[in-house]
Design a protein around this ligand. Sequence first.
Ligand code: NAD
Length: 297
Amino acid sequence: MSKIAFIGLGIMGGPMAGHLVKAGHEVTGYDVVQAGVDRLVAAGGAGASSVAEAVAEAEIVITMLPQDEHVETVVFGDGEGGEDGGILRNAKPGVLLIDFSTIKPETSIKVAAAGRELGLRVLDAPVSGGEKGAVDAVLSIMAGGSAEDFEAAKPIFEVVGRTFERVGDSGAGQYVKAANQLIVGGTYALVAEAIVLMEAAGVDAKAGLDVIAGGLAASRILDLKRDTMLARQFEPGFRIDLHHKDMGIASAAARSAEVSLPMTALVAQLIAAARAKGYGSLDHSALLKVVEDLSGR
Ligand code: NAD
């Protein structure tokens, strides 16, 4: 069993940290929002009041933060260093840093290079499976880093995930996650269009989606979200704001790989519209509201 520091105890990090406690690890958590820390303490973990305090004794440091800037602040510190500094200044050499956040590949590469210079082992390990995947500990984990560090992280991945693969060196996990997010965004957009079409035509959309889910168009999104979409329940889940960030990562990755991804561009624009309409903190299934607006429904 390991001493683990867990930074970022939100929708995903909260349940993931809880599973690690249940598996017998000594987990010390930190989040800028105290409620996340309180939830971990109630689950049997320990709370810290800073990144420095959380990582001081850790053998494994885990981050699950919203965006690039949060990862950079937590890893590199706020520039003042010392006690208030980030993971790099406060973790012991040899520590394994697993970043589960979805961020730009370049940021992951930068974090890994800086960490290795100080003797840390670093993996980018973004996840897929949504809040339910985190709660049920069945996440898919796409890891970038050395084969040796991937082996070292397996006992953690086995607790929070079900499918995990090393997909290449540092940053590779983020490219695979970008690919994942364009499939997820595209699927939501088309499920939304299917609902709008069926409802406008006056057919039974619930029965329609039930039968569709048994055919070739079956998907996990249909299985998990069709009822809440039909009921227009858009509590996150996964916020539109975060999917907007992910489509930006996918678009930039496409540009640097010099490939043309027209569907990705279209879905990115629909998600941008959702955000512009003020739906940023709703679940990404709220793309349905944008598709409805386009048809005046
Ligand atoms: P969230 O906003 O619920 O959780 C992030 C947590 O990080 C928050 O509790 C926030 O207070 C904390 N935080 C921010 N800055 C911090 C700092 N400087 N120090 C300590 N804590 C800080 O977001 P989430 O939905 O859990 O997503 C986390 C990451 O996982 C994102 O990169 C997201 O894209 C990715 N992701 C989310 C889902 C999902 O369904 N929600 C699924 C797969 C991947």
